[in-house]
Design a protein around this ligand. Structure first.
Ligand SMILES: O=C(O)[C@H](O)COP(=O)(O)O
Length: 321
């Protein structure tokens, strides 16, 4: 069996596959050469992250493909149903990177609430006057503790965001299409755990009115979840972080509401025009930005690689001679 890990795979994942007698090709093939490469090398399994798109063209033109694996959560770069209808197994790693994404959400919240993104850019400044002026300009900072965290989406990442929020002493609200209850378990270093039953709401207006810090943690949507009418209903001075997908929040409207100071600060890890975000986003001091790195930790990539390898080995045993 041959695997093409086109957007990379961790050493641990690669080793697990090799130990099972599976060949791993680590070539990084450009999108327009993927079909030829798969056919020339008789690839059985195509592993991707979000960079490589696996759409109908690849699925139709590559009869050797038996498994498409997404190292990560969002499957919007893969024609999942189309592949499944053609008998191709499609797998992902729905929980392996959720802690990493949730930690990035809070990295951005802390950065926004304390102006870290901006002060890092502006330091070092010469002389007491500049130093003190800068210090004064960052006076209106906030603690997260005691504030209301609004989480849009209650999947594995949303739940990890909620855990961190609770641990910081935040009040937590979760917005989902239909209300649902999840038991959130926080494990402490000494082996103790606490459990919280959290029920989400579908009352968007109340959610927007109450939330001081909003994190978007949903799959990609066809329409904006956050657009002008939603911004209008938010608290003055709200902070928003989007680590979900470009397209869940209207970036043009976001800039307008930052300019009117309705939104105090926002962070984007994902962009409508990815990988080339619009210029007004890049230059805006109220924005903390990162280049789609939610799952980019050594820890998450290790877990992702190993989980993918385990699933492939299992599928190989079950279905592929
Ligand atoms: O959907 C995901 O898993 C995250 O957005 C990470 O995407 P990436 O693997 O392309 O970094």
């Amino acid at each position: 069996m041959k695997v093409l890990a086109n957007d990379g795979i961790s050493k641990a994942g690669e080793q697990a596959l090799k130990n099972a007698g599976i060949e791993v090709l680590e070539n990084r093939v450009a999108q327009n050469h993927v079909i030829d490469f798969i056919n020339e090398n008789n690839v059985d399994v195509l592993l991707v992250r979000s960079a490589t798109k696996v759409k109908q063209d690849i699925i139709d033109a590559c009869p050797s493909l038996k498994i498409i694996g997404r190292g990560g959560i969002g499957m919007d770069n893969i024609d999942v149903e189309y592949a499944k209808n053609k008998g191709i197994k499609v797998i992902n790693t729905p929980t392996a990177s959720s802690k990493s994404v949730a930690e990035l959400v809070f990295g951005h919240f802390f950065s926004l609430a304390r102006f870290l993104h901006e002060s890092n850019r502006l330091m070092p400044l010469e002389g007491e006057t500049h130093f003190n002026a800068m210090k004064k300009s960052f006076n209106n900072a906030y603690e997260l503790s005691g504030k209301t965290l609004g989480v849009i989406g209650f999947g594995s990442i949303g739940q990890e965001v909620v855990k961190i929020g609770i641990s910081l002493g935040m009040k937590v609200k979760v917005l989902t299409r239909k209300p649902k209850t999840e038991t959130i378990t926080i494990n402490f270093f000494d082996g103790q755990s606490v459990h919280f039953n959290i029920t989400s709401t579908n009352d968007m207006d109340a959610f927007l009115k109450d939330s001081d810090f909003i994190s978007i943690n949903t799959p990609k949507t066809n329409e904006y979840i956050i657009d002008t009418p939603q911004f209008e209903k938010m608290k003055d001075g709200v902070y928003i972080v989007n680590t979900a997908r470009g397209g869940v929040m209207n970036e043009v409207a976001l800039i307008d509401f930052i300019e009117s100071e309705k939104v105090a600060g926002a962070a984007l890890d994902v962009f409508e025009n990815e990988p080339s975000p619009e210029l007004p986003l890049l230059m805006n001091p109220a924005l903390s930005l990162s280049p789609h790195v939610g799952g980019n930790t050594i820890d998450a990539q290790e877990k992702i690689g190993v989980e993918l390898a385990e699933q492939i080995i299992k599928l190989q045993k079950e279905t592929i001679q």
